[in-house]
Design a protein around this ligand. Structure first.
Ligand code: AMX
Length: 435
């Protein structure tokens, strides 16, 4: 058996047993009180999900299992000492809770390269049936759904598999799907932006390196950037739109393709993953209106105008974070190290000095600091990947690592159908004695 799956079987059965005992012994314990405002403001802060892959602290930012981003960069296996960690290692960490050795990471790379070779032809046919002008996220999600004809999970379910074994075909489907996303993403990129000049996968490369290669970028610099990008966007605990949606749809025992496509439809919203493209539109308009070297005063005025028009400043703010997103900081450090003079990076630095004040002065924005999207597009553009509409697809390829390893755990834990209650306005008014 695949050694990763074997290990997961051992770890999984123990933790599933623990969860069962926890609920049997403490199922009626109260863990939190919930206010009316929390419910109405998007359930912020309500603890309602079980997710092991990562956790988000408002002040510190994300930890994957127990590791912060700087710790990940130190401990996860890399191809070269001065390179970035391989996302395959992060997948293993999120799935199993421990740092893998290099041989295990190589096993995953080879396994994914093997699985990626078997994409059904109709996944490409459905992409080709769409106009090139269809947003890349439409093409991406359509192809993900089309690939579900190969779902191991659906087949096993139809054959009447015992529910305690659901995790097994889920594991197979998740690995198939993750392995194939870079091929699909690169196909869409080459189709839309490079005149259908497709580039074959190189099975000797790692998962992220292959994505860069198939997109047409073979320099070590861009492969390194792609590895960083794939690690930083992989997970943000369970409550964000893409993770929660993938989980929710999975609780109906929808296969991993259905579940992930649902999550990706959420990622395509401008307040979530599409913000990386929105930031670039916002920057381009700023440059068109003011020029590419605006003063801080000009940036302030431009940002204030955005707010006056009743729009948000993309790349700033967060539903949970209350400090600068460490994923922003990590990308800025990367840019400062390798491309400190890039004009867009200079602009990002200047905006960072101005926009938090502008947002703070509204008196309502809970977090005025930049999030991951405030810089990711500028970094990609500075390295020559200038086609903004592909950015959310790249985010989605990375996000698969977290939300799909969680989906395997959902089946290991036997998580039931998610079904919260909803109430009318009258119910809430009556509940609190509102006159
Ligand atoms: N620009 C302008 N106004 C903002 C703002 C921003 N960047 N961030 C928050 N606000 C506003 C909200 O729209 C809300 O206004 P309202 O009371 O008039 O409706 C008010 O401030 C309070 O919002 P909040 O509690 O601080 O934020 P939230 O949890 O409701 O929303 C988020 C969080 C990310 C949607 C919001 O900050 C935002 O719209 N940011 C810009 C889009 C963005 O960068 N999204 C990417 C997030 C990261 C990701 O998922 N990839």
């Amino acid at each position: 058996m695949d050694p990763v799956k074997q290990k997961l079987k051992e770890v999984g059965s123990k933790r599933a047993e623990q969860l069962k005992r926890l609920v049997a012994e403490h199922g009626n314990d109260v863990i939190q009180e919930v206010t009316l405002e929390q419910v109405i403001s998007g359930m912020k802060g309500i603890v309602a999900l079980l997710t092991d892959t990562s956790s988000l602290d408002p002040e510190e930012g994300i930890r994957f299992r127990d590791y912060s981003i700087p710790e990940l960069r130190q401990h996860l296996p890399k191809l070269k000492d001065d390179g970035e960690p391989l996302p395959e290692g992060l997948f293993y960490l999120m799935l199993l809770g421990e740092i893998p050795d290099r041989a295990t990471v190589d096993f995953i790379s080879r396994d994914w390269a093997r699985r990626a070779a078997d994409i059904p032809g109709h996944a490409f046919d459905v992409i080709n049936a769409l106009p090139k002008s269809a947003h890349p996220m439409i093409q991406f999600n359509t192809a993900i759904l089309a690939m579900s004809t190969q779902s191991h999970f659906r087949k096993a379910y139809m054959e009447g598999m015992d529910k305690k074994d659901y995790w097994d075909p889920m594991y197979e489907g998740v690995n198939d799907l993750i392995s194939r996303l870079p091929v699909i993403a690169a196909y869409i990129y080459r189709r839309v932006f490079h005149n259908e000049k497709y580039i074959d996968m190189d099975p000797s490369l790692d998962w992220a390196g292959n994505l860069a290669h198939m997109m047409g970028y073979d320099s070590e610099e861009i492969k390194r950037l792609m590895r960083l990008y794939m690690v930083l966007h992989a997970d943000h605990e369970g409550g964000n739109v893409s993770a929660h949606t993938t989980h929710l749809v999975g609780t109906a025992l929808s296969n991993p393709y259905y579940s992930f496509a649902a999550g990706m439809n959420g990622l395509a919203g401008p307040l979530h993953g599409m913000a990386n493209q929105e930031v670039m539109v916002w920057l381009e308009q700023l440059i068109a209106e003011i020029g590419d070297n605006p003063t801080k005063e000009q940036i302030r005025e431009y940002a204030e105008n955005t707010l006056k028009q009743g729009r948000v400043i993309p790349g700033y703010g967060h539903a949970v974070l209350r400090k600068t997103d460490p994923r922003f900081t990590e990308q800025l450090n990367f840019a400062n190290k390798y491309i400190p003079e890039a004009p867009l990076i200079k602009l990002v630095r200047n905006i960072y000095e101005v926009v938090p004040d502008v947002l703070r002065s509204t008196g309502k924005v809970k977090n005025p600091w930049p999030n991951v999207d405030a810089i990711s597009g500028s970094l990609l553009t500075s390295y020559g990947i200038t086609e903004h509409p592909i950015y959310t697809v790249l985010f989605g390829v990375s996000r698969s690592l977290g939300v799909l390893s969680s989906l395997i755990w959902d089946r290991i834990y036997g998580q039931p159908l998610e079904r919260p209650s909803s109430k009318s306005l009258e119910w809430y008014m009556k509940k609190v004695g509102f006159k």
